[in-house]
Write a protein that binds this ligand. Sequence first.
Ligand SMILES: Cc1cc2nc3c(=O)[nH]c(=O)nc-3n(C[C@H](O)[C@H](O)[C@H](O)COP(=O)(O)O)c2cc1C
Length: 327
Amino acid sequence: MVDLKQPLTIGNVTLQSRVFQSPLSGVTDMVFRRFVRRFAPRSMMYTEMVNATGLHYVKELPQIMEVDREQETPISIQLFDCRPQFLAEAAQKAVAEGADTVDINMGCPVNKITKNGGGSSLLRQPQLAQEIVRSVVEAVPVPVTVKTRIGWCEQEINILEFARRMEDAGAKMITVHGRTRAQGYNGPAKWEWIRRVKEILTIPVIANGDIFSVDAAVECLKQTGADGVMCSRGTMGYPFLVGEVDHFLRTGERLPAPTALERLQIAREHLQDLYDYKGISGLRQARKHLTWYAKGFAGAALLRDQLCRIETLQEGLDLLDRAMADL
Ligand SMILES: Cc1cc2nc3c(=O)[nH]c(=O)nc-3n(C[C@H](O)[C@H](O)[C@H](O)COP(=O)(O)O)c2cc1C
């Protein structure tokens, strides 16, 4: 039985929290992570996935790989690709940037990624996946971890053999999203497969999929016996979730849910910070975040409709200020 109050050891890194914020492409940039960390200071966070081949051909690191060395720890930089050498090289850059661990994406279902041999298509190339892990492990002094799914499709659920191979190759932790590639993000996550992975591995196993609340996290940990849990879509517009789960696991107490006002205050800060960090593209990205925040109060639907079309920072700030005054 895992003692969820104890720190979690991943190779030579010790984590004080067993609750993780997942990597989310287009979402978990430095600005978003800062909000999650405000409420979950001990939790491991991930960058958005970074293309290792792309990195090979550029001099400057892409902004999605940027880490705030002073503030951000523990932090993992996630890479994707299928070329062991490029991944090893990219992992070295990740470590130089400040990554506490390097995570390899073997779960992304998106065609653009899988048709180039990355993401979940590695589930169908277990030997190559192993070679990748070995070559990255050799290249960097920090723990190498893997995030994957239970299989390519219902007929090809191979996570048990695959996870064992990852451990044999030197991975220090595996996160299992309990869906197949074919499922995308639909249908319930099959946590029973995560339990089976946990039963056969010695490295930590982190459960992922459908953790939208403290109750879901507790239930998932109970059903899977996993070493920790990773929150994902449940954090979009709700950067409180990782902290809420962490608090409950440590104390057995539930934090009060944030009020609509608190959520909108965070939304306002998020908008301002994204704009400061990325300029006009940050403003465009902020639209979706703002619509995720604006939920659960009278007038929220209309506000969402307006927020998803903002053209200037001031317009967004004014809408939010008015909504807060009207609460
Ligand atoms: C918009 C979006 C972007 C994602 N980007 C990544 C990514 O960059 N790397 C990754 O490993 N998984 C990514 N995922 C998958 C999530 O990390 C997670 O495994 C999945 O959403 C399952 O958890 P959930 O059911 O709690 O959402 C992404 C998912 C979504 C919805």
